[in-house]
Design a protein. Structure first.
Length: 756
């Protein structure tokens, strides 16, 4: 095909060329006048080298990044099934998820999650309630075209919380000049009846472009072999996104607005002691009463009982990039509103007990100097301001104001076979936790009185830290390469760690924060050896991550030697709970990933991808029962054999069949103390997939994908699932709720293409 790019400022660029069924090409080019280039792609079902935009001075070839970066492409989303955007990442080596049912997933990179992973969407860090166990990522999975996972401390570019790494979610490129493009996506999944639809359309006329998307998703309760249908596990989403902007030779300006609206049940796993069936609450004239969950409601799409959540996230991003001098100046501003409401008390009917409202303003200013003698340099400042309100009747964390400022510089020098990169950053965070007074009925009041309760004592915390990184890549031969990187990360305590005082919803724990906590700091070393040619590629990554002042909750013991119990007066339906206080220590994490991809050039319809990931996470100076960090992913081996099917005339193209096996090893390195975690047996899941493009008149009419996960309907519990520790089924003796059973996903994508 023939392609043109207009209105590009003069400078050096890394251009990437890709097409389904062919190996991508990345090439550095200089643009100062009209330039013509020819690229010839070789047939391949494997991406050998890609362009990475996450965490560096400028776009970089994947092989020239000193830190391991995984890429999940659009075709990976299409050819697999997922229940949310983080679930779609879980096949990437070194990436896992803490789950609370199919709708709530929190990303974990190399054993670290929550506020130690930064999620970037639309160019700014996604800010919701990352500290909570029952909060997922507020991103429409259908709106994402590509994800880059930076596995290692990325505080240098993204500031506090990027200690484990960054997940950068990228939308599809704008429509080509003079075209209107889009697609209609439809998805149905058999296990929980998930029905998803997404409509996208956008256009580009003389550099002015627009793009809009609307997505809807709904699902009833999911099922597995042991539990049957799981009560209150359904959910629904309504999301939209719109972008307008223009591209000129001096630069570009883009404005994006989006909204994520999700309603979901909260899985408690409470059971009837006699039958083992799930129970729920109903409201009678005499008050709330527990009953066995009615069978006719498990498969309802519109039924949400008393205990449920409503999560709404609005976002506005203004992204600008202009040619200034011989370099490029980027200015990106964002505003986010996060509403998180939870009804969990049958005694108050439809009122929301928890109602968090968070406003975030993001700013990011960066100047990229013109490349000279293969030396790249960028400097910048970024951060955010936050204001949190608690509009509920249950109080866990104080209202707060926060301000972040970070100043950084990142550089890279390239030679013929060798590249050296690194940078330095200074961060400062101001956190103000506000006072809260309640009356004798635990109702918020404006100030102290003779009988008031001082629920939260106001405090001011000031954190600062230095982040730094230095890394190198070296091409030993045209096929062999090596990488090494040393990075220092930084993370300030979150609001729960510094200010909580109450029962953490969704858990049976009373949590107490400490405003005197220090910022965490880490020192991580990464090493990589790899080999790549047209027939085979493999890579081995290893890391050691030492964390000082690691923050974790420690159980308190009373004078009688038993659990210290506390009663939260704002939650009438919960008994006194074991008390945990956030403290600090030191931790060390070690592990890595190995990837082997066999893709013979002479048999370009065949590829065999294998990966192994492991992480060991230990708290230093702890007893055997408490030395392992909780929610550490088990070792995982994954293999997938993919066959390209022969073309059938001009109708079926890019057809494939694949079979994959995921084996999760037993996780016996657990936090035994206080009964927090138990050993999780290993398990193996087998998956199948098939798909094709259906063409007419040399154009793709639609693409069709079928993916069957867990085809043998294995009943299993992931040690990363919080549902593993819910009630015991007295009939079977099994503890907790099991993960999703067999699920078959049907997906159809119909492209929309018009030319002016």
């Amino acid at each position: 095909g023939n392609f043109s790019f207009k209105n590009i400022p003069a400078g050096s660029y890394l251009i990437g060329v890709s097409h389904i069924g062919f190996a991508s090409i990345a090439k550095e080019i200089d643009v100062d006048k009209e330039t013509f280039l020819e690229f010839e792609l070789e047939e391949s079902r494997t991406e050998l080298n890609e362009v990475i935009v996450t965490g560096f001075a400028s776009a970089t070839e994947k092989q020239n990044t000193p830190i391991p970066v995984s890429v999940v492409r659009e075709k990976d989303f299409m050819q697999n099934s997922a229940t949310n955007i983080i679930d779609a990442l879980s096949n990437s080596p070194g990436v896992s998820q803490i789950t609370n049912g199919p709708s709530i997933s929190k990303p974990v990179i190399r054993g670290l999650g929550y506020n130690r992973v930064v999620v970037v969407n639309d160019g700014i860090r996604q800010e919701g309630q990352q500290w909570g166990d029952e909060f997922g990522i507020e991103v429409d999975e259908y709106s994402i075209n590509r994800i880059e996972v930076y596995k290692g401390p990325a505080s240098l570019r993204y500031g506090s919380d990027a200690m484990a790494g960054v997940i950068n979610m990228l939308a599809a490129p704008t429509a080509p000049e003079g075209t209107i493009k889009g697609n209609v996506l439809m998805n149905y999944q058999t296990n929980n009846g998930l029905m998803g639809t997404s409509l996208n359309i956008g256009g580009n006329n003389k550099g002015f472009f627009w793009d809009v998307r609307y997505s809807h998703k709904q699902a009833h309760a999911y099922q597995n072999k042991y539990d049957g249908y799981v009560w209150n596990s359904g959910y629904a989403e309504n999301n939209w996104k719109a972008t307008i902007g223009f591209n000129r030779r001096w630069g570009y300006s883009h404005l994006t607005a989006s909204s994520f609206d999700q309603q979901l049940g909260i899985i408690e796993g409470a059971r009837d002691s006699a039958t083992g069936k799930f129970i729920t609450d109903i409201i009678l004239p005499s008050g709330p009463e527990e009953i066995i969950a009615p069978d006719n409601q498990y498969k309802s799409y519109n039924f949400f009982p008393i205990i449920h959540q409503r999560v709404v996230h609005h976002k506005l991003v203004w992204d600008n990039n202009v040619s200034l001098g011989k370099g490029l100046l980027g200015v990106r501003l964002g505003y986010q509103e996060n509403f998180r409401r939870e009804a969990n008390d049958p005694g108050v009917g439809d009122l929301y007990n928890n109602y968090f409202f968070l406003r975030t303003g993001n700013y990011d200013v960066r100047y990229v100097f013109a490349e000279k003698n293969r030396f790249e340099l960028s400097v910048g400042a970024n951060g955010m301001a936050q204001a949190s309100e608690d509009r509920g009747t249950v109080f866990l964390v104080p209202e707060y104001n926060l301000f972040d400022l970070g100043l950084y510089t990142i550089a890279k020098k390239s030679f013929e076979k060798f590249s050296l990169s690194g940078g330095l950053r200074f961060d400062s965070r101001l956190l103000h936790g506000k006072d809260l007074y309640t009356d004798s009925s635990n109702v918020r009041i404006s100030g102290p009185t003779a009988k008031s309760i001082h629920r939260f004592v106001g405090y001011n915390s000031d954190f600062s830290g230095i982040s730094a990184s230095v890394g190198a890549t070296y091409d030993f031969t045209s096929n062999w390469y090596g990488k090494i990187n040393i990075a220092r990360g930084y993370r300030a305590p979150n609001i729960a760690e510094s200010g909580s005082n109450g029962v953490h919803d969704g858990t049976p724990f009373y949590e107490i924060g400490d405003s005197k906590l220090k910022a965490e700091s880490s020192l991580q070393m990464d090493g990589t050896v790899g080999y790549s040619n047209a027939d085979v590629s493999f890579e081995v990554n290893a890391f050691v991550n030492n964390i000082n002042n690691y923050i974790f909750p420690m159980k308190l013991i009373g004078k009688n030697g038993k659990d210290s119990l506390r009663y939260d007066p704002t939650i009438s339906f919960i008994d006194p709970a074991p008390t945990f206080k956030f403290v600090q220590g030191d931790a060390v994490l070690t592990g890595g990933e190995a990837i082997l991809n066999i893709h013979p050039r002479s048999v370009n319809w065949f590829s065999w991808l294998n990966s192994f990931a492991m992480v060991n996470a230990i708290q230093k100076n702890q007893s055997d029962s408490s030395k392992y960090l909780p929610y550490t992913p088990p070792y995982k081996f994954r293999t997938e054999l993919k066959l390209g099917l022969p073309k059938e005339g001009d109708t079926f193209k890019n057809a494939y069949f694949k079979i994959g096996i995921d084996h999760f090893f037993e996780q016996n390195k657990v936090f035994h103390k206080f009964g927090n975690e138990t050993v999780t047996p290993g398990y193996t899941l087998v998956n199948l997939g098939i798909g094709t493009d259906i063409c007419s008149a040399q154009k793709t009419f639609c693409s069709f994908y079928i993916y069957a996960s867990n085809i043998f309907d294995v009943a299993y519990q992931s040690n990363m699932s919080r549902l593993k520790y819910t009630d015991t089924n007295n009939v079977t003796g099994r503890v907790g709720v099991f993960n999703m059973g067999r699920n078959i996903s049907f997906k159809v994508v119909i492209p929309i293409n018009f030319k002016r």
